[in-house]
Write a protein that binds this ligand. Sequence first.
Ligand SMILES: [Zn+2]
Length: 311
Amino acid sequence: MIFADRYRHRIALPDCLTVAPFCLWILVALGCSHPKPQFDPDRAFRDLVTQTQFGPRVPGSDAHARCAEWLLAQLQTVADSVWEQDFTGYSPGAGDSVPMVNIVARFGGDASRRVLVSAHWDTRPFADMDPDSSKHGRHFDGANDGGSGVAVLLEMARCLDSLPPPIGVDFVFYDGEDGGDYQNAPGTWCLGSRYFASHLPGKYQWAINLDMVGDADLRLPQEGYSLKLARPTVERLWALASRLGETAFAPEPGQVVFDDHVPLLMHGIPAVDVIDLDYPYWHTTGDTAEHCSASSLGTVGRVVLEMMYSE
Ligand SMILES: [Zn+2]
């Protein structure tokens, strides 16, 4: 409907009568019920690099504050509304009351049918999985772990601005995901999504969380909690990926991960975690842009857009 409205003025009536059924036939033949905007993988990748240039986005740091300002500025140019959720939380070495902020960007005004797409924007305070133990206290870029999901969300936000989706969409950028203690899982992880799930700004038909989706060698099996508690949404997403020929979405069970989708699942929202855990640079100083690719960001962006625009 939006497609017709946007192009109505460019096609004279007799042409329209001839061309429209043909176009419709092509769309149906391709299995496309809605036109979709074009996801630009290179622009998304530039956003990934920009985040690393701020430095590690550790809560309480200057880089974290500057990145938040940048995210807000990016989103305010495209979204219907943007707001912040301030809260405090635990960060290793800095205590229990570190200021943190979730950033929410809304598209589709107050549409009653809404979906949610999310990623965490903070980075872990230290590279405690680095193969070189002398580096365990260092910060790291978080190009994939933090940067990749944010990059896909920002580019999707521009896409939604260029061609409004048939449903309301909220993007949320979670803070405080990655400062947890491995021995105290899951209590110290996913602080932003816990806060968000306790202060929901709407009802959601489904939610998709993106985490570590930039690995140049991308492979996305189906995460365990998602399969257990949101199987129809998982199956729909992977079926759409298959239809698009996006083979990085592997339709087979993956690991069970406590990630930012779990607080939403606990509030009854069918939430899916799209995550590639098979990343050798996870929580190491090697988590840099050179180990990520625009192609991987494009794969994920196209599939999630397909989910929104096929509603
Ligand atoms: Zn992490």
